[in-house]
Ligand binder design. Structure first.
Ligand SMILES: Cc1cc2nc3c(=O)[nH]c(=O)nc-3n(C[C@H](O)[C@H](O)[C@H](O)COP(=O)(O)OP(=O)(O)OC[C@H]3O[C@@H](n4cnc5c(N)ncnc54)[C@H](O)[C@@H]3O)c2cc1C
Ligand SMILES: *[C@@H]1O[C@H](CO)[C@@H](O)[C@H](O)[C@H]1NC(C)=O
Ligand SMILES: *[C@@H]1O[C@H](CO)[C@@H](O)[C@H](O)[C@H]1NC(C)=O
Ligand SMILES: *[C@@H]1O[C@H](CO)[C@@H](O)[C@H](O)[C@H]1NC(C)=O
Ligand SMILES: *[C@@H]1O[C@H](CO)[C@@H](O)[C@H](O)[C@H]1NC(C)=O
Length: 540
């Protein structure tokens, strides 16, 4: 009789799942030791990595940046696979846009000194919140104040606003600005501050920064070095990781509907002597038995799957697990791509010079708001071409606005964006600046002929974009999410302790310091593969 090989089933063919599969396959002795397969509910691999094409350019619907190339395993793979060069133009091929043109509602181009001072204030506050050394730029009093503000604030949002108030309390003797219509200096400063808050919403996926936990912010880690996009697309990284797996080991279109496991060591009779403790049910009615499953579905899918009555786990996950799942934050971030009409005639203006436009909107309670700007555009911090001469423009959305975007028809999006952007660019009030702005004659609107948007919130395989530590949770919850089941305890009240490591968890939301990123997902996949390798004494 041939000894039964442990069967490992990985749920999800995103970065975490494929990295785990890769590790379990390439470790010496391991390919022979296990039966291994990856089951994926969608019809493609990559998960929240979704490289696409738009207007002839390579663009990313999901993961976009390598967040710091220093020590990044993703950057290493990109280099090894020559993914950082390409002949086809790609999103952000010339890096981060710099030199924004900041315009306030009504079409007033802002004096760069206002933008610079508020931007530098905001950056200092975020650096402080993230625990980076900013002491050089701050006086003793300021540091004292910020420490106090930090103690009082439970959220990043509250802390930032206290910082802005303090700034207003300190700067004195500034003359009122003239030439900005109904805008006052203070309202302009606040609007510029809000641009950065809105960018922060897209970075973190916290639709409301008042729900973003303050203390966790300093636990988050970034890699050093520049941030870049991948010329051949993020997909090329995923394909390289998947390429070592034998054909047939990734099964697409296999959506898991129920995970039955054995926390109490009760023997599954149905399963006979070929005992494997975990039984996976699929949407087509088929089942697979496994010794170990690595669950890599998003935190959003876990949240939905642990709602009362959902029954994704049978028996339900223990309370310590479901509580962590429900406490942690998971938000929606979407990207919107728009292609400018080729026939566009800006009355002599040059479309190739579409700026990195930052938009300073009036406050929600302001009476001066442009009535035709739709509410879902009002937290959009910027719109800019995906590289210098591209006619494809990109904006990021978060929270309610991002979710609304998913439900809108293309025509509604085009009309809402066009009205908004045109009102910012067409007014003749932009005589404050350096004179390089695109201007649209009054009464004309920018024309777009094509739209592409991501839909992370409503797609049942994701139900959102990435996780964050919400007020009320902490880094501990990310660690709890990573704990395998059944919980290893010598005395769980049963005579036969149940088989170990039945259900393991990987995915970006299980990494305490690199959550919300591709490399976080990568590390989590390695971690769970190593856990199994160690269990079977296969690790080096
Ligand atoms: C808009 C956006 C922008 C981003 N930008 C960046 C960035 O610039 N840099 C960065 O580092 N990260 C970025 N991220 C985050 C990054 O994409 C994710 O952190 C990472 O890809 C998550 O990988 P994962 O393996 O944990 O999860 P996923 O990629 O979600 O993989 C899980 C897989 O499980 C599958 N699945 C779900 N339910 C089931 C089921 N019931 N049965 C079977 N399969 C199922 C899903 O289809 C999916 O393929 C971004 C994400 C989004 C959405
Ligand atoms: C911006 O404002 C500063 C101070 O308020 C002033 O000195 C400067 O000339 C202004 N710059 C422009 C371009 O208007
Ligand atoms: C200021 O706001 C009022 C009321 O909305 C409006 O009538 C007026 O035209 C505005 N002034 C300028 C200069 O925009
Ligand atoms: C992935 O990209 C395709 C376009 O290539 C798009 O149709 C699809 O909606 C994207 N997925 C999500 C969840 O946004
Ligand atoms: C479970 O706990 C025992 C005793 O504390 C330990 O020897 C064993 O390695 C643990 N197993 C796992 C899978 O963590």
């Amino acid at each position: 009789m041939v000894a039964k090989k442990p069967r490992i089933v990985i749920i999800g063919a995103g970065m975490a799942g494929l990295t785990a599969a890769n590790k379990l396959h390439i470790t010496p002795g391991s390919a022979e030791a296990f039966e291994l397969c990856v089951v994926e509910g969608g019809n493609r691999i990559g998960g929240r990595i979704n490289t696409s094409e738009f207007g002839g350019d390579l663009i990313e619907m999901g993961a976009t940046w390598i967040h710091g190339i220093g020590n990044s395993p993703i950057h290493k793979i990109a280099q090894e696979t020559h993914s950082l060069e390409s002949d086809q133009p790609w999103e952000c091929m010339d890096g981060f846009s710099e030199d924004p043109l900041t315009i306030s509602e009504g079409g007033y181009e802002l004096n760069s000194s206002i933008v610079k001072s508020i931007t530098s204030l905001f950056n200092k506050l975020m650096d402080f919140a993230q625990g980076k050394a900013v002491e050089e730029g701050l006086s003793k009093e300021e540091i004292e104040y910020l420490n106090l503000a930090a103690k009082k604030a439970s959220s990043v949002g509250a802390f930032l606003r206290q910082g802005l108030e303090a700034y207003w309390g300190c700067v004195k003797g500034q003359e009122e600005l003239k030439g900005y219509g109904n805008w006052t200096r203070k309202s302009l400063e606040e609007a510029v501050f809000a641009i950065h808050e809105n960018t922060q919403r897209t970075y973190t996926s916290a639709g409301d920064l008042l729900t973003l936990d303050y203390d966790a912010e300093s636990e988050y880690r970034m890699f050093p070095g520049e941030e870049i996009t991948i010329a051949k697309g993020y997909r090329s990284i995923i394909e390289s990781i998947a390429s070592v797996l034998p054909p047939g080991s990734i099964q697409l279109g296999q959506k898991v509907t129920r995970i039955q496991w054995q926390p109490n060591g009760a023997l599954d009779v149905e399963n006979g002597h070929d005992f494997r403790p975990v039984k996976l049910h699929f949407s087509d009615g088929s089942v697979i038995f496994a010794d170990h499953v690595i669950v890599t579905v998003s935190l959003g899918v876990l949240k939905a799957g642990t709602q009362q009555g959902s029954g994704m786990f049978d028996p339900p996950l223990p309370t310590f697990k479901t509580e962590a799942i429900s406490r942690l934050g998971y938000g929606v971030v979407n990207k919107l791509f728009l292609e400018l009409s080729p026939s566009h005639d800006l009355g002599g203006g040059n479309l190739n010079k579409f700026p990195f436009l930052q938009m300073a909107f009036h406050r929600p309670d302001s009476e001066f708001r442009h009535p035709k700007v739709p509410w879902w555009m009002r937290k959009t911090s910027s719109m800019c071409p995906i590289y210098g001469k591209s006619s494809v423009l990109l904006s990021w959305f978060a929270g309610k606005e991002a979710l609304e975007l998913e439900s809108l028809e293309d025509e509604e999006i085009i009309s809402g964006v066009s009205t908004t952007i045109s009102s910012f660019l067409s007014n003749s009030n932009s005589h404050h600046g350096n004179g390089n702005s695109v201007e649209i004659p009054n009464g004309r609107e920018l024309e777009f002929h094509k739209v592409l948007k991501s839909k992370w919130g409503s797609d049942p395989l994701f139900l959102g974009s990435y996780s964050y530590v919400a007020v009320g949770s902490s880094g501990d919850d990310l660690d709890i999410l990573a704990m395998p089941l059944p919980k290893n305890s010598t005395n769980n009240g049963y005579k036969n302790s149940s088989p170990q490591l039945q259900v393991l968890f990987a995915g970006e939301a299980t990494h305490r310091t690199h959550y919300s990123t591709t490399h976080g997902a990568y590390f989590s996949g390695l971690r769970e593969a190593n856990r199994l390798l160690q269990h079977y004494h296969l690790s080096l």
